[in-house]
Design a protein around this ligand. Structure first.
Ligand SMILES: CC(C)(COP(=O)(O)OP(=O)(O)OC[C@H]1O[C@@H](n2cnc3c(N)ncnc32)[C@H](O)[C@@H]1OP(=O)(O)O)[C@@H](O)C(=O)NCCC(=O)NCCS
Length: 188
């Protein structure tokens, strides 16, 4: 998905923007936590250098996939705090005019609806401003918080990809969820 300029979206509670080197400490703070990495496709960061490497990867991705990933930023004690990421990207399971939604949030901010709010902004943008017809998302069956986010976004569970992900010596079943443009009425 291309954009003419760097994306910047905001609501009363949060902003979405590109990740920068200044975010390294905030990323390290949440990404070293094994609870955040447990069902994600990365290992917990062990040193700040891992967070700088992650930033470089994100910056390379932003060049070809402009909305993947974006930083979720809030104001905390009068300062900007990056608390996680959200993105829309062309995943390997995506068909025509389809994008995949991905997200991760620091544990301190779980349960406050931040990921739903951030995802709504991107979904709305994709359906209103691009040719996207379908947005899909996947998570392992055990990741209840993640599939609750998908359900709160109005996505439907389509099925299970059996033993689709191998992590930590275990094959996980994966739920596939999707939302079609016609079903997207939150912002209408
Ligand atoms: C999953 C995640 C994105 C949820 O984001 P969030 O902003 O905290 O989501 P919400 O505040 O909307 O809350 C999620 C819902 O799941 C529920 N939930 C979360 N963890 C749960 C658990 N272990 N068991 C039962 N319910 C759980 C919450 O109660 C809430 O449900 P409700 O709104 O019906 O009360 C966040 O926990 C996270 O980033 N986790 C680590 C990274 C990750 O797993 N990313 C997704 C990979 S697919």
């Amino acid at each position: 998905m291309t954009l003419n300029k760097a994306p910047h979206f905001s609501t009363k509670r949060l902003q979405l923007r590109y990740i920068t080197e200044q975010d390294a400490e905030d990323i390290f703070y949440y990404a070293k936590n094994s609870n955040v990495a447990r069902y994600s496709n990365y290992e917990p960061h062990k040193r700040i250098q891992d967070s700088y490497n992650f930033i470089r990867k994100c910056q390379a991705l932003n060049i070809k996939d402009s909305l993947n990933p974006l930083a979720i930023v809030i104001q905390e004690k009068g300062k900007e705090k990056m608390i996680g990421t959200v993105g829309l990207f062309k995943g390997s399971l995506c068909g025509h005019n389809t994008l995949e939604l991905g997200y991760a949030l620091g544990e301190d901010w779980w349960g406050k609806g931040y990921v739903v709010e951030a995802s709504q902004i991107l979904i709305n943008h994709a359906f209103k401003q691009t040719y996207t017809r379908r947005i899909q998302a996947v998570c392992v069956r055990e990741n209840i918080g993640s599939f609750r986010v998908m359900e709160k976004l109005g996505m439907q569970r389509e099925g299970i990809l059996r033993k689709h992900v191998f992590k930590n010596d275990y094959y996980y079943d994966v739920y596939m969820y999707s939302l079609l443009k016609d079903e997207w009425d939150i912002f209408k």
